[in-house]
Design a protein around this ligand. Structure first.
Ligand code: RET
Length: 254
């Protein structure tokens, strides 16, 4: 914390505030617009809104913790002794990553057995990935950070592989008007998820001091906005188009 400049400190605080605004407004939008998709897709939209709601709560906590860790009343940055709590981010992921995976599995429309089977395997792998990442995130030494990065990459690669294979299979069965969008959603998942382990590594790639803190915190915030809010809106659009293809009309249209 002491290595940050005042500008860097405000920049990160503003990024958290932006994250909170995006997550909260996306939640409202998704939940208010729920009736514009056919009943069969409402569960997916509710879950998408839950993901952004959980994130909005955690961004509020992260923002408050960031505020409390530093005193700027003297015009300079002074640590208050209260540590900035990284755990909020990891608890947020522990809840939201399995939810996002369930959402993707629901979109695949598999049999009930297969849905359970995949949800448990992928949910377990996601929990392991996050639990293994945390000790490295809060460690001081570069060696420990790198070790836990390697360990966490094992379940991460398994999840990505399963998603790519699973989504490819389900794309074949989709109506033409959404095929392209589901392709796009798949790329969005891969690109946004791959961003996290890269951000985690930045402090080991020559970015040091205050810049490392800024890179990690702002990097994760951007990744969260894409993986949760932008992705949620893509899922919403897919649901609207699939509803239309199935002949569903909203109250105002009928
Ligand atoms: C960690 C530790 C270093 C190695 C890896 C990681 C992966 C994190 C991921 C997080 C995804 C979060 C999402 C949140 C959305 O709600 C934990 C940074 C692989 C992939 C998608």
């Amino acid at each position: 914390m002491e290595t940050l400049s005042l500008d860097q400190y405000s920049f990160v605080g503003n990024a958290f505030s932006f994250g909170l605004a995006v997550m909260a407004s996306t939640t409202l939008f998704l939940w208010l617009m729920r009736s514009s998709v056919a009943p069969g897709y409402r569960m997916a939209i509710t879950i998408t809104g839950l993901v952004t709601a959980i994130a909005a709560y955690h961004y509020l906590q992260i923002m408050l913790s960031w505020d409390k860790a530093v005193d700027v009343t003297s015009g300079e940055l002074a640590a208050t002794g209260e540590p900035f709590n990284q755990a909020y981010r990891y608890v947020d992921w522990l809840l939201t990553v399995p939810l996002l995976l369930v959402e993707l599995i629901l979109v695949m429309k598999l049999s009930q057995d297969e849905t359970w089977n995949r949800a448990i395997k992928l949910g377990g792998a996601a929990a392991l990935m996050i639990v293994l990442g945390y000790p490295g995130e809060v460690a001081e030494g570069a060696g420990t950070r790198f070790l836990f990065w390697i360990l966490s990459m094992i379940p991460f690669i398994y999840i990505l592989y399963q998603l790519v294979v699973g989504l490819k299979e389900s794309i074949e069965k989709q109506p033409d008007n959404v095929k392209q969008l589901i392709h796009y959603a798949t790329y969005l998942v891969i690109a946004s998820w791959a961003f996290y382990p890269i951000v985690y590594l930045l402090p080991l790639l020559g970015i040091t001091g205050g810049s490392a803190i800024v890179a990690v915190e702002v990097g994760y915030t951007i990744a969260d906005i894409v993986a949760k809010a932008v992705f949620g809106l893509v899922i919403f659009t897919i649901a609207v188009r699939k509803s239309a293809a199935e002949g569903y009309k909203t109250a105002t249209e009928s």
